[in-house]
Design a protein around this ligand. Structure first.
Ligand code: NAP
Length: 228
């Protein structure tokens, strides 16, 4: 697939209040994109200070979130890209992980993104656009103590790999990004459990730059090994 231009593109960033999502959104805006910043909390979206962003409030557990993204994009005339930088983590043995936590992990990391994808692909297709999902290294190398998180990220990556081919005819580039541990503080706010001692993580900007480079080049994945 050819690469995508960022200047003047309309790009929705889901999880735009997050450490990676806010940085990605600000960088896209700096490079001339019109950003639709999507998140659960309007105050947090405003605090992310994304220049010129249109804000869309909503939760990935709401199947209609994608409809609101499409409505906001229609006001701007197009939808060239969607970047899903939302996600949650949990730690600890599976036996000690509550049912509701397992459900929340899959809702935010897999089901919500699939519901969103169903709704945004027609408009992305009109623009020969792109879809990015931020998965994780554990999709490739699942770890004990993160069973449900790793399984959810592996499911997201599997979906992306199938979507690469399914959406080729619709001329949508699907990009699966699998970062190593990154110093965003995510590990300090798990849904449950406590993070194991982790090695020093990547600088968030390294992941941000990898996402933007993948969009520009039109590649379908950024493997974990490329961050090493
Ligand atoms: N940091 C790492 O070490 C690392 C490594 C590999 C992959 N990743 C992945 O990178 C992505 C971004 O992580 P991050 O480090 O930037 O973490 P973060 O700062 O905690 O950001 C997570 C984002 O997800 C949003 N979110 C959570 N649940 C949601 C829901 N139900 N509906 C809509 N949005 C929801 C959060 O919204 P609120 O602001 O409202 O909470 C926040 O914007 C995640 O998918 C994560 O798994 C991170």
């Amino acid at each position: 697939m050819p690469g995508h231009q960022i200047d003047e593109a309309v790009i929705a960033v889901v999880g735009a209040s997050g450490a990676l999502g806010s940085r990605i959104a600000r960088k896209l805006a700096e490079q001339g994109a019109k950003v639709i910043a999507v998140g659960r909390d309007r105050d947090k979206l405003e605090a992310a200070q994304i220049p010129g962003a249109v804000l869309v409030e909503g939760d990935l557990s709401d199947a209609t979130l994608g409809d609101r993204v499409v409505e906001a994009a229609a006001e701007l005339g197009a939808l060239d890209g969607v970047i899903n930088a939302a996600g949650v983590v949990a730690f600890g043995p599976l036996a000690d992980t509550d049912d509701a936590v397992v459900e929340d992990l899959f809702m935010t990391n897999v089901i919500g993104p699939l519901w969103l994808t169903r709704r945004v692909t027609p408009m992305l297709s009109e623009a020969n656009g792109f879809l990015v999902n931020i998965s994780a290294v554990v999709a490739e190398k699942p770890l004990p103590g993160m069973v449900a998180y790793a399984a959810s990220k592996a499911a997201l990556t599997a979906a992306d790999q199938a979507l690469v081919r399914e959406l080729r005819r619709a001329k949508i580039t699907v990009i699966d990004v699998r970062p190593l541990h990154t110093e965003t503080g995510l590990a300090t706010r798990p849904l449950a459990g406590e993070a194991p001692k982790l090695p020093e993580g990547l600088e968030p900007e390294v992941v941000v730059d990898a996402v933007l480079a993948a969009i520009s080049s039109g590649q379908n994945e950024v493997e974990a090994s490329s961050f090493a």
